[in-house]
Design a protein around this ligand. Structure first.
Ligand SMILES: [Fe+2]
Ligand SMILES: [Fe+2]
Length: 263
């Protein structure tokens, strides 16, 4: 089994598709990940499974990869596990989680916005381009670049889980390019397809960060790391125009009000 713990998950699922189904039952979404280069042992570590759940999961996997062999449950591995329930983030990571809140409010508007575009004879493509401005300046330049320029560099851009996050950011940027092209061409279907693609992507991306990546990063940060990260994030924030936060908070509120009036 040790050799399987050191194999990448894409290889294991390709050989034993049943393993993908087992991981899904444990809310580990490796089957939908486009990278799939994480090692099985790292996946178990990152997902903060309790020793009991970890032993049960490995028992199920071992029975699939070694059919016919008598498999015994492994002894529980003693290691630090975050208590289940509400996640407590360090101050710099909490900053990123708080930024997700406004991005999630915006994402919640995409479905009604697409319905509005779809039902309008002459859709307001100016509003779509204003949404692109929010995505590019708040979600991407402000939030994603804080992750890319500071956090991910510190954690290690070569780590598989970070590569997955970087790939998501790139896919998001590609959706945005397509939304702009679609809006310029005044093509409703084009815009809707990529707005929805962006919504699906970011919904999963933020969930992965809030529930898996950030808590895992937090478990490995020393007090000095926490302090340095906080300073670097604060310096980035200080370089923004004074009205930056208010401008984008107001924008999301304004779109919420516009869409609510039409319901
Ligand atoms: Fe991210
Ligand atoms: Fe994020």
């Amino acid at each position: 089994m040790e050799e399987f713990l050191n194999k990448n998950i894409k290889y294991i699922i390709a050989q034993y598709p049943e393993v993908g189904k087992i991981l899904e039952r444990y809310n580990i979404g490796c089957t939908t990940c486009s990278v799939g280069s994480c090692l099985l042992k790292d996946i178990i570590e990152i997902h903060n499974l309790s020793p009991e759940v970890e032993a049960e999961l490995l028992y199920e996997i071992e029975r699939v990869v070694f059919p016919g062999k008598e498999v015994k449950k492994r002894p529980l591995r003693q290691r630090a596990v975050r208590p289940q329930g509400e996640i407590k983030y360090s101050p710099p990571i909490k900053k990123l989680v708080d930024e997700h809140v406004l991005i999630k409010r915006f994402i919640a508007l995409i479905e009604p916005l697409c319905a509005l575009v779809d039902s309008s004879k002459e859709p307001d493509f100016g509003l779509i381009l204003d949404c692109v401005d929010f995505i590019r300046n708040y979600a991407d330049k402000y939030h994603h670049l804080k992750e890319e320029d500071v956090l991910f560099k510190r954690i290690g851009e070569d780590l598989d889980i970070i590569k997955v996050m970087l790939e998501d950011h790139t896919t998001g940027r590609n959706h945005v390019k397509q939304i702009i092209e679609g809006a310029r061409a005044k093509d409703k279907a084009w815009v809707i397809e990529h707005l929805k693609g962006y919504k699906e992507l970011l919904t999963q991306h933020i969930k992965k960060e809030d529930e898996i990546l950030y808590p895992w990063i937090d478990r490995g940060l020393s007090t000095s790391d926490v302090g340095k990260l906080y300073v670097e994030f604060s310096e980035k924030d200080a370089s923004l125009p004074d009205d930056f936060q208010k401008r984008y908070q107001d924008f999301v509120k304004q779109v919420e009000d516009t869409l609510n009036k039409r319901r």
